[in-house]
Design a binder for this molecule. Sequence first.
Ligand SMILES: Cc1cc2nc3c(=O)[nH]c(=O)nc-3n(C[C@H](O)[C@H](O)[C@H](O)COP(=O)(O)OP(=O)(O)OC[C@H]3O[C@@H](n4cnc5c(N)ncnc54)[C@H](O)[C@@H]3O)c2cc1C
Ligand SMILES: *[C@@H]1O[C@H](CO)[C@@H](O)[C@H](O)[C@H]1NC(C)=O
Ligand SMILES: *[C@@H]1O[C@H](CO)[C@@H](O)[C@H](O)[C@H]1NC(C)=O
Ligand SMILES: *[C@@H]1O[C@H](CO)[C@@H](O)[C@H](O)[C@H]1NC(C)=O
Ligand SMILES: *[C@@H]1O[C@H](CO)[C@@H](O)[C@H](O)[C@H]1NC(C)=O
Ligand SMILES: *[C@@H]1O[C@H](CO)[C@@H](O)[C@H](O)[C@H]1NC(C)=O
Ligand SMILES: *[C@@H]1O[C@H](CO)[C@@H](O)[C@H](O)[C@H]1NC(C)=O
Length: 496
Amino acid sequence: MALLRTFLIFAAASGLQRVFASLNDSFTGAGVRAVFPGDGNYASASAAYNLRFTLEPAAVAYPSTPEEVSAIIQAGIDNNLQVVARGGGHSYVANGLGGKNGSLVIDMSSMKNIAVDSSSNTAIIETGNRLGDVALALNAAGRAMPHGTCSYVGIGGHSSFGGYGFTSRQWGLALDTIFAINAVLANGTIVRASEDSYPDLFWALKGAAPSFAITTSIEVNTYPAPSYAIVMEYTWSNMDYEIAAKSMYSFQNFSLAGPASPFSGELVITKGSQEGQVTFGFTGAWYGQKGSAVPTLQSWLDTMPTPTSSSLVGDGSYIDTVAQLSGKNLNTTQAADSTDTFYAKSLMTPEGDPMSFEACSAFMQYLATEGFSSNTNWFVEVELYGGPNSKIREIPNNATAFSRRDTLFTFQLYASSSNSLPPFPEEGFTFVDDMANSITSNMPATWNYGAYTNYIDDQLENWQTLYFNDNYPRLQSLKAQLDPNNVFMFPTSIKE
Ligand SMILES: Cc1cc2nc3c(=O)[nH]c(=O)nc-3n(C[C@H](O)[C@H](O)[C@H](O)COP(=O)(O)OP(=O)(O)OC[C@H]3O[C@@H](n4cnc5c(N)ncnc54)[C@H](O)[C@@H]3O)c2cc1C
Ligand SMILES: *[C@@H]1O[C@H](CO)[C@@H](O)[C@H](O)[C@H]1NC(C)=O
Ligand SMILES: *[C@@H]1O[C@H](CO)[C@@H](O)[C@H](O)[C@H]1NC(C)=O
Ligand SMILES: *[C@@H]1O[C@H](CO)[C@@H](O)[C@H](O)[C@H]1NC(C)=O
Ligand SMILES: *[C@@H]1O[C@H](CO)[C@@H](O)[C@H](O)[C@H]1NC(C)=O
Ligand SMILES: *[C@@H]1O[C@H](CO)[C@@H](O)[C@H](O)[C@H]1NC(C)=O
Ligand SMILES: *[C@@H]1O[C@H](CO)[C@@H](O)[C@H](O)[C@H]1NC(C)=O
């Protein structure tokens, strides 16, 4: 508080003081804890996961109820501030802090309730939860839902934009389990959106939530935790790029043939130890009958050289695969979150128009040459979304705001600074952009590829189409109705 007062004396002439005092009055009146610039804990309250971003929000407020969220939004409107929610804070471009300076941040971390209803097999999950804690709470009731691997990712952002994990071919994206969303609108109104109530809003929230509301809880259908589950790991160290290109192409071929839906996985490509090589890996999981994991993959393995190493990992229980894939504690209250300094982007390949061999080859050659000399730590993941048996694609592209369901692979292209600390090297941007370009420039100009909103990219041109494709015009008209004053605005928010 002493620090804050000093700061406020400095800021007195600027009008900022008036804003802080007004916010402080509103928050005090509503019983909401908040952190302001100048407070001793402001730096930690406003720190981004990606240290490439240092942003200065107007304040970070910590509500405990939807009514408090509403009061904070109202205080933001009264002070002409743009308002943003932060869930787990894992946005790649610090959009949970507004993606720019001066936003009013609503940090959801005090809203962590999870209520599992065993009679209906549904759960109400407050949006301050992280994925690991969600998995533990559902598993304690013998239930599960699809979601990504990192236990520290917030369910708030994750389920707003999709939410892919290795159960997604069987169960869909995290957002596909949602049948109702409790949310606070840009005018402070508290609503419960579903197919019957605020159906347009519900449609928009499932794929573009942060542009339309602050969600306070999601109501989801759960699945029985699979009775058998196992993780598969294969590594081919230092593979010549020509072989790596053939390996990726034959994985595409295998994927197009449609492995059974309890199967999913990703290729993981990292730097090789010599120019011209990459290290090629596969990590997958199986949620079906015991003994069928490797047979499901066998027709692809038959096309591959002998791996350097391979293993089945896990004790056969579902929750153990979640822990194995996370590589971290599932209980996120037991250890601190990490950070990184990175630039990442994504590329979603259309299942109906798969990559040519030339594109696979150019990509691997690029990784084996430019990737060999890059001063970044990089990796590529090629995640299997599609194939004829995938639940993700059973839902039409226009059924929710998430528009890229006919995706075969989602590439994640990711480079960190060499020590994971700032600064991120300038050449790292073109290095990662050209990974994607090596594929797209070897495909027809009309290739209808996309990008994934949960791997949000601050350098992407044409993001409206890449992220939202044919759904963008409807999102724009809903934005005009539901948030005409652009209260929820950040670099990649829907623009009227
Ligand atoms: C280590 C790591 C691993 C990952 N693994 C996967 C994976 O396996 N699969 C996958 O699909 N994705 C994965 N992701 C991406 C992840 O899904 C996104 O970064 C996600 O958006 C993060 O959500 P968050 O709540 O943690 O982030 P935040 O930064 O808090 O939020 C992200 C965005 O969502 C908005 N938002 C958050 N909460 C709310 C809310 N309650 N109401 C409205 N808007 C809200 C924010 O304003 C922001 O725009 C991974 C990310 C990291 C860093
Ligand atoms: C915020 O309001 C409280 C209660 O009115 C007051 O004690 C505190 O000094 C105020 N802080 C600032 C920064 O104005
Ligand atoms: C935010 O403000 C800080 C401090 O003034 C500045 O260093 C940073 O560049 C600003 N960021 C943006 C995106 O404007
Ligand atoms: C592609 O898959 C088919 C079966 O679906 C198989 O017969 C063929 O050999 C595969 N080709 C490659 C290059 O892997
Ligand atoms: C997570 O750890 C905390 C602290 O040890 C504990 O209180 C909590 O019960 C744990 N949660 C679960 C779901 O195990
Ligand atoms: C999706 O598109 C189909 C075919 O054009 C149309 O019949 C349907 O009404 C659309 N659904 C929504 C939710 O817009
Ligand atoms: C707030 O916005 C919603 C959606 O546009 C609308 O239904 C509601 O009437 C508005 N409430 C007020 C108080 O203006």
